[in-house]
Write a protein that binds this ligand. Structure first.
Ligand SMILES: *Cc1c(COP(=O)(O)O)cnc(C)c1O
Length: 423
């Protein structure tokens, strides 16, 4: 039944494990590059198109550099994400700064890097002027309020979301920014998350293109960029259909021809800020079965835990699991696959039908390439795992070492206990 295949075999995994102990997140360079090329191809009709990878999804410099080589920029929302972008050689129009509840030093840093600054609120016009200055180009984030319904069961609730501003506030922001010297403007909105449908971007584009035409008429603002942000989903479940990025790009093109071109705005550049779609399928968490337990249910204990991948515990998310070497074995055993946190929600799978698992088996937890490692935490003194790149030539490279107890205790170095730790 499973049509989800891992991008490594047992032999390949064992080869890496001899070098880097489990658990670790593994990324597939070939898959990442091919997908980035498809994204750029899908929007090649738009002259200024650029994908700004959402750094929060996978903040690793090697991966950012691969995306940079494929023509992507980065979307940052904090000071440290900006530092990482800077270290990777991103600058100016390579960086989109889409933050909210923004600290002054973050805003200053974004301004110094000459990044595109995306204001989350009308009050941030004054805030930007006072903390940094008004750049030539400014983006404003839009929130239409109410509910956003794609009519296929996919719905979200912008009216309850903390982000963005109303149309009237957008108009006022543009007017004030022009008075303060800004010349070019962008619109940004993020209305629904992990949408597994080809309709989301085209629907959002229609809304934002019409908004752009109205705002241009009303304020005279020179709207040059429309940022569709993130939210394009992936098929975490084997029975789900993958989004077709070519169809998505074509859907956005149709709206562009329908709305912007007749309004004389055919030179608007389209931006995206995808995180999940760019990387999630091209990463996996590799972990070893270290215990089995038979009580009222059957449990398999692995050496990874929710601190390495929080999505199942936090959102009840499905992540497909493959037992390497048993890809074609019948799934005739029902297991809960657990980590070792003292939290009963530390389960990568509940009542999952899998092949019989033996201690020492290597499990691949799929689709952890985005919002996986990066959401990690240190609860229960658990340490963050390593990250490994499976290179295009089949070799592998350690792109982040695993944390050690010394990392965990580093911020206690101001206390007398630090010296007593046996590190
Ligand atoms: C999280 C985020 C993204 C990326 O979202 P995905 O669902 O990973 O595509 C893009 N833009 C902003 C502002 C975000 O906060």
């Amino acid at each position: 039944m499973s049509n989800k295949k891992p991008f490594i075999t047992l032999d390949q995994a064992q080869d890496i494990i001899a070098d880097v102990p489990t658990p670790f997140h593994l990324y597939d360079e070939k898959g990442i590059r091919e997908n980035a090329r498809r994204v750029n191809q899908a929007f090649a009709w738009n002259k200024g198109f650029k994908e700004y990878f959402a750094v929060k999804a996978t903040p690793n410099p090697y991966l950012l550099q691969i995306l940079q080589e494929e023509g992507c920029g980065v979307d940052c929302s904090s000071y440290t994400e900006l530092l990482l972008a800077e270290a990777c050689g991103f600058h100016g129009s390579d960086i989109m700064f889409s933050s909210n509840d923004t600290p002054a030093e973050d805003m200053k840093k974004a301004y110094e890097l000459e990044s595109y600054i995306n204001l989350d609120d009308l009050t941030h016009v004054d805030f930007l002027q006072k903390t940094a200055g008004i750049p030539k180009t400014v983006f404003c984030r839009y929130n239409p309020g109410g509910t956003f319904d794609l009519g296929n069961g996919i719905m979200d609730n912008p009216g309850d979301a903390k982000y963005g501003m109303s149309e009237n506030q957008m108009a006022e922001a543009y007017t004030r920014l022009m008075a303060l010297g800004a010349e070019n403007f962008g619109i940004h909105a993020f209305l629904a998350s992990n949408t597994v449908t080809d309709d989301y971007y085209p629907e959002l584009a229609g809304i934002l293109f019409e908004l752009a035409v109205r705002l241009h008429k009303r304020t005279g603002a020179n709207i040059r960029y429309i940022n569709l942000s993130g939210g394009v989903g992936i098929a975490y479940r084997p029975e789900q259909r993958n989004n077709d990025i070519m169809a998505i790009g074509e859907g956005v093109r149709k709206k562009f021809e329908e709305i912007l071109v007749p309004a004389g705005m055919g030179d608007v550049a389209i931006f995206t800020e995808m995180g999940r779609f760019m990387l999630a399928p091209y990463g996996c968490l590799v972990t070893e079965a270290i215990h089995e337990k038979h009580i009222y249910k059957e449990y398999i204990g692995v050496d990874a835990c929710a601190a390495n991948l929080m999505r199942p515990a936090m959102y009840g998310s499905y992540h497909h699991i493959t037992v390497l070497g048993k890809e074609d074995a019948p799934c005739d055993h029902k297991y809960d696959v657990t980590g070792g946190l003292c939290e009963n929600n530390d389960k990568f799978a509940i009542d999952r039908m899998l092949p019989k698992i033996d201690k020492g088996d290597i499990l691949v937890i799929h689709d952890t390439g985005a919002h996986g490692f990066s959401m990690g935490y240190n609860y229960n003194g658990k340490l963050r795992s390593a990250e490994v790149l499976l290179c295009e030539d089949g070799s592998h490279k350690l792109i982040r070492r695993a944390e050690t107890p010394a990392d965990y205790f580093a911020t206690l170095d101001i206390t007398p206990f630090y010296k007593k730790l046996k590190l």
